[in-house]
Ligand binder design. Sequence first.
Ligand code: HEM
Length: 470
Amino acid sequence: MLASLAMLFVAVLLLLFLLQGQRGEKFPPGPRVIPIFGNVLQLNLKSPIKDLERLTKKYGKVYSIFFGSRPLVVVNGLEAFKETLVSKAFDFCGKPQDIMFNYAFQVQAHAPGVVLADYSPIWKEQRRFSLMTLRNFGLGKQSMEQRILAEISHVTKVLEENAGGTMDPHLLFHNAASCIICQVLFGKHFEYEDEFLKFSVELFHVTSKILNGPWGIEAFRLFRASRQKRLQFMAENKKTRVPGKPRHFIDCYLDEMDKRGDDGSSFCEDQLCALLLDLHYAGTDTIANTLLSAFLFLSYYPHIQDKVLDGKDEVSFEDRQQMPYVQAVIHEIHRKGDVTPLGLYHSATKDTELMGYSIPKGTIVVTNISSVLNEEGQWKFPHEFNPENFLNDQGEFVKPEAYLPFSAGVRMCLGEALARMEVFLVTVSLLRKFRFTWPEDAGEPDFTPLFGTIQTPKPYRMKIQLRETP
Ligand code: HEM
C-alpha cells in the first residue's frame, strides 16, 4: 500500500514536472523548455539582447520564453508593438505583481506608486496627479528650464576644473540628473557631496543592473534604507510646510490629501513615499545614462558637435524648433542611448490575442524597445549613430514612427517632457562651451552597453577642451 502511494506520488510529480512550461496550442512559439529552468540556461542573462534577436529570426516577432515555469511573451518590432501598446493598449497595460522586483521595491497593494502599479483606479489617479503636478511645476515651461539651466552651471564648473584633461563623466551626470528631479520633488538643491544624493545615485546604479538578473540581499537592504530616508524627509518637511502654499511635489501631494479628506481616494502618505522613489529613480538613471551615451558618441564623432553650434551663446528649449540638425542629434541620442531596452514588463489584463496568438490573462509581456529602435527597414542607418536617421533629403527634421524610446500607449513614460528638455539643454549648453574628444590613448570605444532594466554605457573617459569664446 505504502509502495503504491509512493509510486503514485512520484508519478504525479513527474507529470507536473513534464507539464510545466508547456505552451498551449495557440500560445506564441519559442525554444524548447527545460524542466525547472525553463529557457534561462539558453539566454545570456547578463546581456540577452543578442539572444532575443536570434529568437526573433527563428520564431517571429512574437514568441515566448520561460523563466522556470513562468512564460514571458516577448514583443519585437514596430508592427507587433503597435498592436500591443496602441490598438490593444488596454489589454496589455497591466503590470505583473508577483515578481521579485516588487518585493524588493516594497510595493504595497494600497500604495503601489505608479511605475509598478497594476492597471487600476489607484494607478490612474496617481499617474494623473503626478503628470499634472510635474506640469504645474513648469514642465515644458520656463521655470523648469531655469532649474535645469541652474544645474548646468554646476556641471559646467566641474568640467571647467577638468578642462585640458580627461574625465569619466559617470558620476557627474548622475548627480546632475538626480539634483534636477530633486528640485521638483523636494524643492532643494543638493550638493554633489550630500549623503542623500550619494546614497540615491548608488541605489539606482546598483539596482538598475540587477533587476533582470540575480537578486542579492543588497538590493532589499538598499530599498529598505531608501524608504527610511524618504520617510525622514517627509517628516522634516511637515515642520516648515504651510498648507495651500506648495513649494514642491511633496507639498502639492499633502495639499491634495487635505483637499480630499476621507473621500476614499488612494491619496495617502505611503503612496507619496512610493511616488517619491518612482520619480526620483526614473528621473535620474534614465537621463544620466542617456547623457553618458550622448557624450560617448559625440566624443568619438566630434564633427557632429561642430554642426550643433550655431553661433549663439545661450540656448533655450524653444530654439529647438528652428534647429533641425540639433533636433536630429538629440533624437539620435535617445535612439542609440536605448536606455530602457526591454521597457518595463507589462501584463495582459484579460484573455486576449496578439498577432494571431492567444495570450491568457496575467501573462507577462516584454516590450523589446531595443528591437524597434534598431529595426532594419525602419531606419536609414539602424546600426550606427547617425543624425541622418531623423533628417529628410531637404535637411528637415522628421520623426520616424519607430522612434519609441519612451514606449507608447497608456503606460508610456510620464517624464518624457522633462527628459527631452533636460537632454536637449544639457547637451547643447555643454557643446557651446566645451569640445569633447576621445582620448588618443584610449583605444577604440566599446559602444555595447552594460545591460539592465536601465542600461549604461561602459565606463569611459572623455577629453575636455574649453572652446574659444568669440
Ligand atoms: C531618457 C529618459 C527616459 C526614458 C528613455 C524613459 C523611458 C521609459 C519607459 C520605456 C517606460 C515604460 C513604459 C511602459 O511601461 O510601456 C517609462 C515609464 C515611466 N517613466 Fe520614464 N523614461 C525616461 C525619463 C523619465 C523621467 C525623467 C521621469 C520622471 C520624472 C520618468 C518617469 C516614468 C514613470 C513614472 C513611468 C511609469 C509610467 C506608468 O507606468 O504609468 N521617466 N519610462
